[in-house]
Design a protein around this ligand. Sequence first.
Ligand code: ZN
Length: 177
Amino acid sequence: MEVKIYTSPTCFHCKDLIKKLNDNNIKFENIFTDTLKSEEIDYLIQEAKTSSLPIITLNNRFVSEEELFEIIPFFIEDTKINKIIRCHDCDKELTLNNEGEIIDGKLLKYEKDENKFIDVYKCNECFNTDHSLRNYQETEVYSRVVGYIRPVNQWNDGKAEEFKVRKTFDMEKVIDR
Ligand SMILES: [Zn+2]
């Protein structure tokens, strides 16, 4: 995760942002706009679609301060190894050791396209019953992102992480109440 901020020493919003980033232990690169050439500033204003500071980029994408703090927790979550891995066949949660290796299951590589592999896991029981991977087909999921309906696998990393924590509800049950 790479956070860059463009600030000015005299801007109060910038000072607030720097404090907030430091308070949250978020590493960032601070660039004072008065060290930039005028064409660099022009480019910045054009790309960020704003001339008010601070201007922020996350992995080279311009984001608002609000967006930044909305997305960041998902990146931090992502760097931890405590991901939950489930068996493809029975959905049982598999146990990982400290190195992130599976203790009670097997990793099967599914070749999606040429040289593009997807990790699929089986628990030992299911693997011993059937070594092959069956009924594996990727599903294209569409959902709403910033006002548009787009396939989830085309979303940027932050939004894709946000999708995982979305809660769905049954409309009929809601209407029944
Ligand atoms: Zn299983």
